[in-house]
Design a protein around this ligand. Structure first.
Ligand code: AVJ
Length: 325
C-alpha cells in the first residue's frame, strides 16, 4: 500500500477529500481551549515571514545556531560517514545545511523533508547548482509522520539534521515520540544532529517572540489569513491580537491569538464563536537545560555523544547516536 503512494498521490488526496488542514483547524477551533497546530504557520507567506523573523535583532536562536555550526563544522562533519545521506527534517531555507555540506564532502546525498513545496523545490534547485556532485532528493511530506525515503539512499548510512529548536514545538512526550520516529526513519547506528534552545532569562525570551517590528505578530496572524485563503474563512485580522509570553513553570514560550471582542467567524461553512479575550493557542516553544534534553534523548533511544553551545550559552547543538542496533 505505502510503496505505491508517491507524494503526488498524497498531495491529491489531501486537497480533494477534506484536507488534514481543514480537519485540524475545525477540531482546534471547536476545542476548549481553542488551539491550532504550529506546523500550519508555514504556507508560502508564513515561510517568508519566518525567514524575516530569523534576521531580527531580538530573535537570537538562528544567529546562535549558525555561529555554533560555523565554529564546530569540522567536529560535526565527523558524524557523516563516507557516502552518507543527510536527511533534514523540516528543511526550509538551506542556510544551515550549506555549512555542513561545505564541511563534510563525505555526504553523497541530501534529503530535505518539508511540507512547504515552494521552498523545497527552490532550495533544491540552487543546491544542485552549487553542489553538482551531490544527489539532492527532496521529499514533500509531513516529517512528523512516516515518509518514503528515496530509493537512492536505501543502502546509505544516514545522518539526520533537525536544526532551529523545532523540537521545542512538541510537548515533551511528543518530542520523545518524534525522536523515536526519527530513529526508525534513519535506522540503527545512525546519528542525529539537533538544535535545542536553552532555558534563559525570561526578558530575553519575551523579546524574541515580541519583536519591536511586529514581524512575529504578523507571522502569528498569518494563520488566520491562511484559513481565510484556503478554508473560505472570514476572520477579521484586526479584531485579533498577538500574545506571546514565557511560562516559567512549563519552561516554554506560549503564543496565542486573542479575540479583542465577542464575535462569530465562519470557517469552512461552520460558525465559530469567540468571547472577549478568548484565545487561540497557536504555538509552544519549549526551552531545555542541557541535562533535561540529554535525559529526554536517552529516554527516546538516542545516546548524546557531543554537545556544543554558543559563547553566551543561549543555544545548543547535540550529536546523538541511535541506540537501535
Ligand atoms: C521554528 C519553531 C523553532 O519556536 O522559535 C519563531 C518558530 N515562532 N517565532 C521557535 C517561531 C515564533 C520557531 N521554531
Amino acid at each position: 500500500m505505502m510503496a505505491a503512494q508517491t507524494y503526488a498521490a498524497l498531495r491529491y488526496e489531501a486537497t480533494e477529500t477534506g484536507s488534514p488542514f481543514a480537519r485540524d483547524v475545525i477540531s482546534g477551533l471547536i476545542a476548549r481551549p481553542k488551539r491550532l497546530p504550529p506546523k500550519y504557520f508555514y504556507d508560502e507567506a508564513g515561510a517568508q515571514l519566518f525567514e524575516e523573523i530569523t534576521a531580527l535583532p531580538e530573535y537570537y536562536p538562528t544567529r546562535c545556531e549558525l555561529a555554533i555550526l560555523r565554529e564546530r563544522a569540522a567536529d560535526i562533519a565527523r558524524f557523516f560517514p563516507e557516502g552518507s545521506a543527510l536527511v533534514e527534517f523540516g528543511s526550509g531555507s538551506s542556510r544551515k545545511v550549506r555549512i555542513l555540506l561545505e564541511a563534510a564532502p563525505t555526504i553523497a546525498a541530501y534529503v530535505p523533508v518539508d511540507i512547504s513545496s515552494e521552498m523545497l523545490s527552490q532550495e533544491a534547485e540552487t543546491l544542485r547548482r552549487d553542489h553538482p556532485q551531490l544527489a539532492v532528493l527532496p521529499v514533500e511530506a509531513d516529517f512528523t509522520q512516516p515518509f518514503i525515503l528515496p530509493a537512492e539512499v536505501a543502502g546509505s548510512a544516514r545522518t539526520g539534521f533537525f536544526p532551529g529548536s523545532t523540537i521545542g514545538n512538541f510537548e515533551p512526550h511528543e518530542a520523545c515520540a518524534f525522536l523515536r520516529h526519527a530513529g526508525r526513519m534513519l535506522g540503527g547506528g545512525a546519528s542525529l544532529i539537533i538544535g535545542v534552545d536553552l532555558v534563559k532569562d525570561a526578558s530575553i525570551l519575551h523579546a524574541a517572540y515580541n519583536d519591536a517590528a511586529g514581524v512575529t505578530a504578523r507571522f502569528n496572524l498569518n494563520l488566520l489569513a491562511r484559513i481565510n485563503r484556503e478554508l473560505d474563512g472570514d476572520f477579521d485580522l484586526a479584531s485579533f491580537s498577538h500574545k506571546a509570553f514565557y511560562n516559567s513553570v512549563r519552561q516554554r514560550i506560549e503564543m496565542h491569538l486573542v479575540s479583542k471582542q465577542r464575535q462569530k467567524v465562519k470557517v469552512a461553512g461552520r460558525v465559530i464563536e469567540f468571547r472577549v479575550g478568548e484565545t487561540i493557542h497557536t504555538e509552544n516553544s519549549y526551552k531545555y537545560t542541557l541535562e533535561m534534553f540529554g535525559a529526554l534523548a536517552r529516554g527516546s533511544g538516542w545516546t548524546p555523544v557531543s554537545v556544543w553551545t554558543d559563547a553566551g550559552g543561549n543555544f545548543s547543538i547535540y550529536a546523538l547516536v541511535n541506540q537501535l542496533p
